[in-house]
Each structure stands twice: as C-alpha cells, then as structure tokens.
Design a protein around this ligand. Structure first.
Ligand SMILES: Cc1ncc(COP(=O)(O)O)c(C=O)c1O
Length: 418
C-alpha cells in the first residue's frame, strides 16, 4: 500500500503547486463529520472540505440519490436539452427566496460570480462593478478582479477586468471605521466613490460577501447592507450577494443575507449546494435574469448527478438550521473562554466561526500555524482564514459532542501559545 508520504511526494512532482495544503493528511474516506487518512487515522472534520459537505461525508441519502441518477444518465447538457432534475432543484431553491426568481446553474463558485457579473452588466447596460477589499469571489479572470484577501491571488495576473473598483469593507477592525462603521463606509461611497471616482449612473452592481469568509470571517455591522440597499435602489444599481460560502444553511439561516434585513437582486451559490458534487447556481429576480438566447451557457452546469445530490441537500438543510445556530453559539462561547493573551476575538454566525490570533497588535501567523498543526496532530482538521484566524466550519450535521471535543482541542492549542 502506498503511504501518505509517497503520495505527497508524487503530488509535488506531478501537480502544479499553486495552492496551499495546511498539513500532510492524505484522505482515504469519510463518514459524517469524521475523516480517515490512508493509514487509518481518524480526524474530526472542522472544515467540511471548505464549507462544502453540509450533510457530512458520504451521506447515505445523497449516495442513494446519486446512484439512482447514475443508473439513468450521467450527463446530457442542459445547454441543449431538458431534464426534470433541473426543475425540481430550481423549485426547491426558489422557494427559499423572498422574490420571484430564476436560476442559472454552474459548476463552481467562480463561475457563479462570472455569470452574475455578466447578467448585471447586460441587464443594466452599465459597465462598472464595485467590490470590497479583503473579499474572496474566485480566481478566474473576471471574479479575480473582486478577490483581494491576499495580494498573491492577484499578483502577476494583471490586467484584470476593467471598470471595477474595490472599496473598504465595513470591517469593524478597519482603521477607516471609527464609531459607526456602517455609516462611515456609506459616507465613503456617497462622498468619495460616487463623487470622485465613478458616477452612480454608470454602476451596474456592487458585489459583496455577507460575511467575508476567506478574508477572516469578518461580520459587518447589522445595518450596513440595508443602508447600502437604500443607495443602490435609489441609483438603479444591483446588489450581488456572494453566498458561495455562507449560503445553504452555513450561518444558521438558508442565506446569510437574512441576518441583515436586506434582499439582494442576485445571489451566487456553490460549495454546499451540491453536497460535495460540483454544482453552483445564480439566483436572481426574474426580471433581471434576462440574458438572451445563446449569450451564456455551460456544458456541465446543472449536471444531473450533482442535481440529484442537491435535491437531498435542499430538503435536509432547512431541518438543521436550529442545530447550526445553537452549536455555533456554543463553539463561539467555548473558544472565547480560551485563556490566552493572543486570542484577539472570536466571531461568526452559525457554523462559520473565526478565532483571530494577534501578537503585539499584529496578525499572529506563526500562532495560527501552531494551533492548526497542534490540532491536526490531535486528530482535528481545521484550517485558517485571513492572516491569522482559525476557521471553524464543520459539516452542518456534526454531532454536538464531536464538535465540542474538537473545539476543546483547538481551544487548548490556543492556550498553549507562548
Ligand atoms: C465567497 C466565495 N465566492 C467564490 C468562491 C469561489 O468558489 P470556487 O472555488 O468554487 O470557484 C469562494 C471559494 O472559497 C468563496 O468563498
């Protein structure tokens, strides 16, 4: 049998190393919220394959649904043909939205973002799209223009999509925020962006994460998006909410925008919606989802196997929302009680939690590596976000005792920091 070390060596030789692995674990299989490496060691999964496997690993209902679909047909491109699963998932998905909407299927988060930008530009016939610093929206050349949680993501890939600007996110840690972060960023938009940089009549959309995930689990003030909604509505500008990471129950509501008393025009989804199979979706108000025939499509978007999994996800996740909210609060409480001078803040909503580490007032990156390594060695898989934030994002189905066991291990590793 090959060992983990051998696979890691071959991986280095054969795969482009443009992405970071946090520690040397080689996955063999998973069940629920547990993962097993190829040497048989068990781990508690506190990242769910980066927020994807909401119903846990190899969920029996998903296995059955995908198997049934596989016995019928794997693929028959939705771009040119019809099939029923596309409708049954859309019906479920649209039932969660407070507006009459339409769906466009993709295969990933970045594709959903690309599609949303095209839809917004085409519909409004305007060219500017405004994003927020420290966001993550994907890595293809369109979405990359709005991704800026680390400079390396953009470095060497310019020129990026033109007619885009990035403005400060209402991050309570942002030096621009003094007393009332929401109003201060809104003033910046009205007094600087609209007056000095681009006239609002030329802006198609603002694109934003309701909580910045990759950027460090940054939760904006409660009233920011409703204030932004007022000025976008007044100026005929669309709001694109990127819920690729936060959507489908992750924060204790089906969509994170529900926490903020706002209704966006377009929502981008991926990750959890396919239950582990590649699926993404754009949901927008019916009147906006009006790209003409032939103008946008994807061979694999809305793959029947992924849709079969998605039906199960969309049926099961609403039943988990109370559990997600309850457990998220408990995890925040537990991590917040860590006795460590390096624990700056624990924040988040539902099962998207970040514990930020700082040393001498600055991000403590070494501390993050120590906590993640220490947890990994004790059988807990968690990863980082931002510069020095421990990200806790387990499958939504994780049992309370397993989640708290892993949380305690992370807490103890934080307390060990010197
Ligand atoms: C908010 C958000 N948007 C878009 C993406 C990109 O998704 P993908 O990696 O599926 O392209 C991510 C990925 O982490 C994300 O968190």
């Amino acid at each position: 049998m090959v060992s983990s070390n051998e696979i890691i060596e071959e991986d280095k030789k054969m795969l482009m190393q443009s992405f970071k692995r946090w520690y040397p674990v080689v996955i063999d299989h998973g069940k629920g919220s547990l993962i097993y490496d190829i040497e048989g060691k068990e781990y508690i999964d506190m990242n769910a394959g980066i927020g994807v496997v909401a119903l846990g690993h190899s969920n029996e209902k998903i296995v059955k649904a995908v198997e049934e679909q596989a016995r019928k047909f794997f693929h028959y491109s939705l771009t040119d043909f019809y099939y029923e699963k596309a409708i049954s998932v859309a019906r479920r998905l649209l039932s969660f939205f407070p507006f009459k909407g339409k769906v466009f299927y993709t295969n990933s988060g970045t594709e959903s973002v690309e599609a949303a930008i095209k839809i917004a530009r085409h519909h409004t016939k305007k060219e500017y799209v405004i994003g927020f610093v420290n966001s993550f929206h994907g890595r293809t050349l369109g979405s990359l223009a709005f991704t800026s949680s680390k400079a390396v993501q953009r470095s060497g890939f310019s020129p990026l999509l033109p007619s885009t600007f990035l403005i400060p996110y209402p991050d309570p840690r942002n030096p621009l925020c003094r007393e009332d972060c929401a109003s201060e960023i809104i003033s910046y938009i009205e007094d600087w962006l609209f007056k000095k940089i681009v006239d609002p009549s030329e802006i198609a959309a603002f694109i934003m994460e309701p909580i910045q995930g990759e950027g460090g689990v940054i939760v904006p003030p409660d009233d920011f998006f409703s204030q932004l909604r007022s000025i976008t509505s007044k100026n005929g500008i669309l709001m694109i909410m990127d819920e690729v990471q936060t959507g489908i129950g992750r924060t204790g509501k089906m969509f994170a925008f529900e926490h903020f008393n706002v209704v966006p025009d377009i929502v981008t989804l991926a990750k959890a919606i396919g239950g582990g199979l590649p699926l993404g979706a754009v949901v927008g108000r019916e009147e906006i989802m009006d790209l003409p025939y032939g103008s946008h499509a994807s061979t694999f978007g809305g793959n029947p196997l992924a849709l079969a999994a998605s039906e199960v996800v969309l049926d099961e996740v609403p039943k988990l929302l109370d559990h997600v909210s309850y457990l998220g609060k408990k995890i925040i409480e537990e991590l917040s009680s860590a006795l460590s001078p390096f624990l700056y803040e624990v924040r988040g909503k539902g099962l998207l939690v970040g514990a930020e580490l700082r040393k001498d007032g600055k991000p403590y990156e070494e501390g993050l590596a120590k906590v993640l390594d220490g947890s990994f060695n004790r059988g807990v898989l968690a990863i980082g976000a931002g510069e020095s934030v421990v990200r806790v994002e387990p499958p939504l189905v994780i049992e309370e005792d397993i989640a708290m066991k892993a949380t305690n291990i992370i807490k103890e590793e934080i307390e060990k920091l010197r």
